[in-house]
Every structure is written in structure tokens, then in C-alpha cells.
Design a protein around this ligand. Structure first.
Ligand code: SF4
Length: 345
């Protein structure tokens, strides 16, 4: 079989998506006749990474390298430099991003979780005073729950809505930290959103992206969390924007990860900065690292890579880090209100 590093067409993707580590994955990868595999796991699964690599090695009978760089999403699979000899990648914990080309044959193991009884979750939501016109969003792991949960919610008089979203999302109702276009699509028909999954990462992103209250339910524990304080989130960002209105020297951060590279956006922002008499230098990196930005003669940064670097990790950086829409607010080209989430399309 001829090997190539050319992008894998999206039409072939479905064969490369499996729910969990098991016989289905081993069969699919075996059919690809790999010579060497690179395994990439998200931070939450590193404890089991060596064990998973050993299992793949044993099942498939080929060498398996373990990518050690923390993996954020399907936007940053192992590059050709990081795993030069691997002709197949196995990426755990993420769905593919349909409009991001694969750098080699890649199998996505979405780690689907069938936890959660839809009827009892719907009863909890109904008892929690959540508005009836309700948009549903789920992490990839819990997407299978959306249809049965919507049906159960209807029995309690809810009108659940699930949006398809744009071509960065593999599934209707999917939450991606940089793209909540499925939710945005139904936002005029709902009074609140319900995030189905665990943790605060997605509820916070969703709250930035939509104006309605964002409730969350953890399917495993069956616990309903009250809405995120969106006003406080937005106020914090607006204060940050106000603090750099007079900044003269900007660093524009660009990542070369295949699914985080917005070079055209960076060039457009540089042109806007110069039109306003500001200096703006583009800083290229593979992975954006605060340590690489220390000691530079710059007043602030605008980040075109993963938007969550700006929104969640800004405190780790030596100077304020804005998103592209926030940068345009700082230049006075966009109003502070309504706040605009940096959707990565
Ligand atoms: S850009 Fe950020 S939020 Fe989007 S998929 Fe990558 S890591 Fe996740």
C-alpha cells in the first residue's frame, strides 16, 4: 500500500472513528496495515498511556510510539517532525475536526461514555427550574445521550433544540472549546442551554459564545449545576481590553499546529494594528508557551491559536493576551458590547 502524508479526504473519515479502545479499533487499524503507530492521548489519560501503547503493540504486532506532548484536541495531532516514522496515528479522546486535514492516516477514539439514565436526568432538569425552551450541547463522550435525553425532556414539557453547527464540528450538538456554532444556530429559539458532560471548560466556553444562561448536568453523578455567571466572565475580559487600549507594541501569536493555524487572521490583525499606528510583530510557535514570551519588548499579545489560551490561561502569560475580536475592541473597531466569542471556524 502506498503511504502518503497528504491530507486524508473527509469522506474517508468515518471509517477512522471508533467509540472506544477495543476490537473495533484493532480491526480498523489492522486493515490499514501500519508499519509504525504513534499514539496520542489527552492530559487526563496519560496515566494509562503506556498501558494502552503496550496493548496496541500486542494486538497489532507493530512498533507503537507514545507522543509525549500534551494534546489539546484534534487540532494538534502529532506532526511529521514529532513522529517522523509513524504512518498511522491513534488519537484518543477527541472527535475529528472535519475541516482540519490529517497529517497521516489517523484513527480517532472518541471514548464514548454510556453513563447516565436519560429519564432520571430529565427529571432532575425538570425539578431544577431550567427553562423549557432549552438548547442541548454535549461533550463528544456524552453525545449518545442527547437524543434519549431530548425525548425524556419532551415528556416533561420541554422543547429541546440541538443545532448542527459549522464544518469544524463533526456532530450535531457537539461542544468544541473553540466552536459552539451548533448552540448559536438555535440560540434564537431557546431561553437557556444545558451542557451534558463533566467539568467547567465547556460551560464556560458556551457561556462566552451565547447570551442565554448555561446550565450543566453531569450524566455520571446526575448533578445539575446552576448557570455560569456570564456577566462576570465578560466583565473580566472587558476590563482586560480596557487596560490595553493604549498599548503601542503588540505581539501576534500564531501556532503552526494544523488545526490552530490562523496565519491569514494574524496578517489581517497586523494590518489593522498598523492602520492605527501600532507596532505589531507576528510570533510563530508550534505550541504557544508563556516562557517563550518572557523578556520581550511588547506591551500585549493577541492570540490567533486556540482561543481558550486567551480566555482560560491568560494569567500564565507575562502580558495580557487578547482574542482577535477583543483586539479589535481595543483598537476601537468593535464595540465592547455585545461581547464576541472568538469562534474558530
Ligand atoms: S483550538 Fe483549542 S478548543 Fe479548539 S479543538 Fe483545539 S484545543 Fe480544543
Amino acid at each position: 500500500m502506498t503511504r502518503t502524508t497528504a491530507p486524508v479526504p473527509a469522506s474517508e473519515r468515518s471509517a477512522r472513528v471508533v467509540a472506544n479502545v477495543g476490537p473495533e479499533l484493532f480491526r480498523a487499524v489492522r486493515a490499514e496495515r501500519p508499519r509504525r503507530i504513534v499514539l496520542q492521548v489527552p492530559a487526563g489519560l496519560v496515566r494509562n498511556a503506556a498501558e494502552l501503547a503496550a496493548r496496541l503493540r500486542e494486538e497489532l504486532g507493530v512498533p507503537v510510539d507514545l507522543a509525549s506532548r500534551a494534546c489539546f484536541g484534534a487540532c494538534d495531532p502529532p506532526t511529521s517532525d514529532e513522529a517522523p516514522r509513524a504512518d498511522v496515528a491513534v488519537v484518543l479522546g477527541h472527535a475529528p475536526i472535519p475541516n482540519v486535514p490529517d497529517v497521516r492516516s489517523t484513527f480517532y477514539v472518541e471514548m464514548r461514555d454510556d453513563a447516565g439514565d436519560p429519564r432520571s436526568l430529565a427529571a432532575t432538569v425538570a425539578a431544577g427550574g431550567v427553562p423549557k425552551r432549552l438548547g442541548l450541547v454535549a461533550s463528544v463522550q456524552h453525545l449518545d445521550l442527547l437524543d434519549p435525553l431530548a425525548a425524556a425532556l419532551r415528556e416533561h414539557g420541554f422543547d429541546p433544540q440541538v443545532g448542527r453547527g459549522d464544518r469544524r464540528l463533526a456532530y450535531a450538538g457537539q461542544a468544541l472549546g473553540c466552536n459552539y456554532t451548533g448552540a448559536e444556530e438555535v440560540s434564537e429559539r431557546v431561553d437557556a442551554f444545558l451542557f451534558v458532560g463533566t467539568g467547567r471548560f465547556h460551560p464556560i466556553g458556551l457561556a462566552f459564545a451565547v447570551g442565554q444562561p448555561v446550565w450543566s448536568i453531569d450524566p455520571r453523578r446526575g448533578e445539575l449545576e446552576p448557570p455560569i455567571d456570564r456577566a462576570a466572565l465578560v466583565r473580566r475580559r472587558q476590563l482586560l481590553v480596557a487596560s490595553v487600549r493604549e498599548a503601542r507594541r503588540w505581539g501576534i501569536l500564531v501556532s503552526t499546529f494544523v488545526g490552530q493555524n490562523r496565519s491569514p487572521t494574524a496578517l489581517a490583525l497586523q494590518a489593522r494594528a498598523r492602520a492605527h499606528g501600532r507596532e505589531a510583530e507576528i510570533l510563530l510557535a508550534h505550541r504557544i508557551d508563556p516562557a517563550d514570551l518572557l523578556g520581550r519588548d511588547l506591551d500585549a499579545f493577541v492570540n490567533t491559536a486556540c482561543p481558550r489560551i486567551s480566555l482560560d490561561d491568560s494569567a500564565n502569560y507575562p502580558k495580557p493576551v487578547l482574542t482577535p475580536p477583543e483586539f479589535l475592541m481595543a483598537l476601537g473597531e468593535l464595540p465592547l458590547q455585545p461581547y464576541r466569542f472568538d469562534t474558530y471556524h
